[in-house]
Design a protein around this ligand. Structure first.
Ligand code: PEP
Length: 257
């Protein structure tokens, strides 16, 4: 079946010393957790990638970045390529997070370019999709998901598709303390899986992992994880503390399918 994946998105928090401390603490808490049932991924800011990579090198914890540019190299001041991220030890890359769509004009077109570049470099993309509050209130959730999936994943070949991870993150639930109910999340995840089935085929859609993101905490992870189509979580705020992130990983592992 699909292996559970819990990823911590540290956003623009933690200097190098703080990042090392947090990574060390999480490593200590999770030291006896095998990697057969769960992938645990830390996504610190770019500046701390190398140091966090060293901290987790002797553990089952994996490294991810929060963004990437789609070119391999060149005159693109301020940008970082997939190869450069790989060089720091990253194996996962978050693409199209709603904060990037909202504040940095990311679109499905840029998401698609980043996705192809990440796959070309043998890295695992975590593609974020999800509706805003007004879109949900206008009953446009499924329409938005369809737009994000069909256009974000446009031109992806069947053999690449199962490497993709989708993170369903309703924008109204990110950093707000408001979580989608397990039923609301499951309904969106099932819809996304249906779209993937139409785009690819049943085997591929059943193999693609779909994480939920939006105010995930130790006290709501279990009910979310019990849903058929929820394969893990992308965690923001609660990933910034050793205790809460480790609890989420341990609890998700206990109920992993
Ligand atoms: C996120 O940053 O992807 C996220 C889901 O944040 P939070 O858990 O704080 O809602």
């Amino acid at each position: 079946m699909r292996k559970t994946i819990i990823a911590g998105n540290w956003k623009m928090y933690k200097n190098i010393a703080e990042a090392i401390e947090l990574a060390n603490g999480i490593k200590r808490e999770l030291f006896n957790l095998g990697d057969e049932r769960i992938d645990t991924v830390l996504c610190p800011p770019f500046t701390a990638l190398r140091d966090v990579s060293e901290v987790i090198s002797e553990s089952n914890i994996l490294l991810g970045a929060q963004d990437v540019y789609w070119e391999e190299e060149g005159a693109f001041t301020g940008e970082v390529s997939p190869g450069m991220l790989k060089d720091t030890g990253c194996s996962f890359i978050i693409i199209g997070h709603s904060e990037r769509r909202q504040h940095f004009s990311e679109t499905n077109t840029t998401v698609n370019k980043k996705l192809k570049a990440v796959l070309r470099n043998g890295l695992t993309p975590i593609v974020c999709i999800g509706e805003t509050l007004s879109q949900r209130e206008e009953d446009k959730t499924f329409q938005v998901l369809e737009d994000h999936v069909l256009n974000g994943l446009d031109g992806i070949l069947e053999e690449e598709a199962s490497k993709i991870i989708i993170a369903y993150e309703p924008v109204w639930a990110i950093g707000t303390g408001k979580t989608a109910t397990p039923q609301e999340a499951q309904s969106a995840h099932a819809y996304i899986r249906g779209l993937l089935k139409k785009m690819f085929n049943t085997d591929i859609s059943e193999s693609i992992r779909i994480q939920y993101g939006g105010s995930v905490k130790p006290d709501n992870i279990v009910e979310l994880m019990k849903q058929r189509d929820i394969d893990g979580a992308l965690v923001g705020g609660a990933s910034l503390k050793i205790e809460s992130f480790s609890q989420i990983v341990k609890k998700a592992c206990e109920v992993s399918k």
